[in-house]
Design a protein around this ligand. Structure first.
Ligand SMILES: C[S@@+](CC[C@H](N)C(=O)[O-])C[C@H]1O[C@@H](n2cnc3c(N)ncnc32)[C@H](O)[C@@H]1O
Length: 188
């Protein structure tokens, strides 16, 4: 019993409530209808046919399916999230659109369970600001990224300078490129 509670607490550290997740999903649907910006935005991420991409903190999978199109049938997208409802939402999209190159991954705390050096590109979009232990989180992202791979990350609801400080302070990543939209980082 104690073990079960400990595991649930660990997973719960950054897991929003089910209600919050559902509200967020609804809001995202409305935003995507009014401002369909995702396809334009991802053009700058450096994702190419045949790559392996991890959509880390994928939420309901609005980026995941676009990444899956970009990498094509020879590529792969891992849709990783700490929330079970995110995994369910991605599974529904996989079934609905018969997407064979997406694999949903339920993350446990800062452990994704993904293999070492698996990703050409890891995308952490609109989620880094929620992470309570950025150093542990960024170490996990480094572990799953190939040595010549890239992390695409945005600051979300925190300032760029705070986000950058956390990234550089982790000792895991160099920021190699910056735009208004996102930062690109290489493992160091
Ligand atoms: C605001 S949503 C963004 C979803 C998606 N990236 C997008 O932009 O549409 C943040 C997501 O990150 C997930 N998340 C937060 N902390 C996480 C962590 N440590 N590991 C994995 N997922 C996490 C949340 O469960 C949520 O689904």
């Amino acid at each position: 019993m104690a073990t079960v509670r400990k595991r649930v607490e660990k997973r719960d550290t950054e897991r929003m409530s089910d209600t919050s997740f559902k509200m967020m999903t609804l809001l995202m649907r409305v935003i995507d209808l009014i401002f369909p910006y995702i396809r334009k935005r991802v053009k700058g991420f450096g994702i190419q046919e045949g790559m392996t991409v991890v959509d880390y903190g994928c939420g309901p999978g609005r980026y995941t399916t676009v990444f899956a199109e970009m990498v094509g049938e020879n590529g792969k997208v891992y849709a990783a999230d700490i929330h079970e409802l995110a995994i369910e939402a991605v599974k529904k999209k996989i079934e609905k659109h018969n997407l064979r190159n997406i694999e949903p991954v339920l993350v446990d705390g800062y452990n994704s369970g993904l293999p070492d050096n698996v990703a050409d590109v890891v995308c952490a979009i609109d989620m880094f600001f929620t992470v309570k232990n950025p150093t542990e989180f960024l170490a996990e992202l480094k572990r799953i990224t190939k040595s010549d791979g890239v992390l695409v990350i945005d600051q979300g609801h925190q300032s760029r300078s705070v986000a950058k400080e956390k990234i550089l302070g982790s000792g895991c990543w160099d920021v190699v490129e910056e735009s208004k939209d996102h930062m690109k980082c290489r493992p160091c």
